[in-house]
Design a binder for this molecule. Structure first.
Ligand code: ARG
Ligand code: ZN
Ligand code: CA
Length: 345
């Protein structure tokens, strides 16, 4: 958020973009979307030590966690207090590691960059803090340049200082810095991910910002005056942190009784094991983003496999002849496993 205010104060284009996006979000009444949107993802791993060069399985666990939570497949949704249960929503948004890179070639959608920074420093009192991080993380030198944001969600993962778990850029910002940065020990659910941030929910929260969700308390530090511009999340004073557990429900602030804060929402600051839901109202903002400033992602080729070249006809003829001569004749043992042409079963 400080970064957002810094940009809004100093960058007139960003200010105009944000104004336009917000007025569009409020005025355009989109029909409920029934089709799943799949977002191609690229993960940029920045590492200094070898253990920070996280394994593919940790990256895949983060993608799985995004899909679990955005599709409301998380089993801990059963812990949503009864009065808030009707608001929990399947966003019909899915994420996948891209299989086609910006040049049209096949890809793992994982880039790995060794960096001389042992940790990317973060000073929360510096209004320029995330701008300074962007300059290091999202450009070559210490980091890695973004893939085109029109076609990909860029996720960077690295060691962040100052207790920062992650940060995101709202729609309307610069292309070169568009995307989400996540601390590598709060990334995914295995590998070097560590409690209490090892359920992949830092990325769930930050991707929420990237889709234009605001903090559920409205970033007014307890004043009860600002909101998240979402009608089905109760007005809430400030953020709730690790000290607020699900057993603390109802947690009342801003006269929002009897049910109090919806602190188990992904856009609060509770621990990973205490956040379980997005609401229908939040989905409206995300849908406005996906139909507006991020509409091009639906046209991305990032998740379309690059065709495997077909075999030459002579090769096919030869292979067919060979198969006839070796399989299915009377005297051989029957095959114990079957081959369906793609995989052994
Ligand atoms: N930007 C927030 C931070 O760095 C992210 C909080 C995510 N919360 C979580 N439980 N994973 O503190
Ligand atoms: Zn946030
Ligand atoms: Ca609200």
């Amino acid at each position: 958020m400080p970064h957002h205010y810094f940009l809004a104060d100093t960058d007139p284009t960003y200010r105009d973009n944000r104004r336009m996006i917000e007025s569009m979000t409020k005025t355009v009444r989109l029909a409920t979307r029934t089709k799943i949107i799949r977002i191609p993802v690229v993960v940029h791993v920045l590492f200094h030590t070898d253990d920070e060069n996280i394994e593919v399985s940790q990256i895949e666990s983060q993608i799985a966690a995004l899909n679990r939570d955005y599709r409301l497949h998380n089993t801990d949704r059963s812990q949503i207090p009864a009065p808030f249960r009707p608001f929990a929503t399947d966003t019909l948004i899915e994420f996948g590691l891209a299989v086609r890179d910006p040049e049209g070639n096949a890809t793992t959608a994982i880039t790995r960059t060794r960096t001389s920074k042992a940790v990317f420093p973060y000073d929360p009192s510096d209004p320029l803090a995330t701008k300074k991080l962007d300059d290091m993380i999202k450009f070559s030198g210490f980091g890695k340049a973004a893939w085109p944001r029109d076609s990909y969600l860029n996720l960077w993962t690295c060691s962040l200082g100052g207790g920062l778990l992650g940060y995101a850029q709202f729609p309307g910002g610069a292309a070169a810095t568009d995307g989400v940065v996540i601390q590598n020990r709060a990334f995914g659910t295995n590998g070097i991910a560590a409690p209490p941030y090892n359920l992949g929910r830092t990325a769930v929260h930050e991707v929420g910002h990237w889709l234009n969700l605001l903090h559920i308390w409205g970033d007014d530090d307890g004043a009860c005056s600002l909101s998240d511009d979402v009608s089905d999340t109760p007005n809430q004073a400030g953020s709730n942190g690790s000290d607020v557990r699900i057993s603390d429900f109802p947690h009342i602030t801003c006269n929002n009784g009897p049910h109090g804060d919806m602190f188990m929402n992904y856009m609060d600051y509770v621990d990973d094991d205490t956040m379980f839901m997005f609401t229908a109202g939040q989905l409206k903002r995300m849908n406005a983003t996906l139909a507006g400033p991020r509409a091009s992602l639906s046209q991305s080729a990032g998740l379309t496999p690059v065709d495997t070249p077909a075999l030459a006809p002579e090769t096919v003829a030869l292979a067919t002849a060979l198969v006839r001569s070796t399989v299915g004749d009377e005297h051989g043992d029957p095959p114990t496993r079957e081959f369906d042409g793609v995989r052994w079963v």
